[in-house]
Design a protein around this ligand. Structure first.
Ligand SMILES: Cc1cc2nc3c(=O)[nH]c(=O)nc-3n(C[C@H](O)[C@H](O)[C@H](O)COP(=O)(O)O)c2cc1C
Length: 196
């Protein structure tokens, strides 16, 4: 590799120390306008077998984020009439912990002749991680969260996913209010085997 093709050292340092910041520790400001579009464009620059871009974005912020929480709380209350007010408040607040939540929607072609659904879903996961990198690159931070809404069709519909779509995750983005704390990491050498 020529020296000009070598990634800058601080890129390696970033990748070695990258951390998510919990949604409740993300405050305003959040990215908006051209910065947000740049971030989503970076997020979309992922490996994508067949160039299907089997994903899209839904933004939750401001009044939209509050409405999403209200609808989620109403859905939860309908299913759990015994739910305490505190629990409903948790549901109500799911999209307003951070100033911006990006729903990464996985929209696969289930009958594609060449590209398996699994590969299309993996590409959506890559979008989520790339969005975290993009947030960091612009001085923000984020957390990739699924919670129950990623696994519930009715919740997915009321959060904007169409039939056949599901959420790969909700990437919470904002300005960190606390520095990241390192967490345990796997012993990577122990995960490596040499095929013979
Ligand atoms: C698909 C997926 C779903 C996740 N869902 C949640 C979640 O619902 N709640 C949560 O606290 N963390 C969730 N996490 C974990 C966080 O995104 C994050 O990995 C964790 O806080 C560790 O931080 P790190 O990225 O700095 O290692 C999820 C991670 C992945 C990959």
């Amino acid at each position: 590799m020529s020296s000009s093709a070598r990634p800058p050292v601080d890129f390696v340092a970033y990748l070695k120390t990258r951390r998510s910041i919990p949604a409740i520790q993300l405050a305003a400001p959040a990215p908006e306008g051209g910065t947000l579009l740049d971030m989503l464009t970076i997020a979309a620059r992922v490996p994508d077998h067949g160039k299907l871009h089997p994903w899209r974005f839904i933004l939750y912020r401001g009044a939209g984020a509050a409405a999403a929480g209200e609808r989620l709380a109403a859905l939860y209350a309908g299913r759990h009439p015994e739910a305490k007010a505190g629990h409903l408040d948790v549901e109500r607040g799911r999209f307003t912990r951070a100033p911006l939540v990006v729903g990464v929607v996985s929209c696969v072609n289930p009958v594609h002749p060449k590209i398996p659904v699994w590969e299309q879903e993996l590409s959506a996961g890559a979008v989520c991680l790339n969005l975290l990198h993009a947030a960091s690159a612009f001085g923000f931070a984020g957390q990739w969260v699924s919670e129950w809404m990623c696994y519930d069709d009715e919740a997915a519909r009321l959060l904007g996913a169409a039939a056949g779509e599901r959420f790969a995750g909700f990437v919470h983005i904002g300005t960190p209010t606390q520095p990241p704390v390192e967490r345990d990491r796997p012993d990577v050498p122990a995960l490596i085997t040499e095929y013979a």
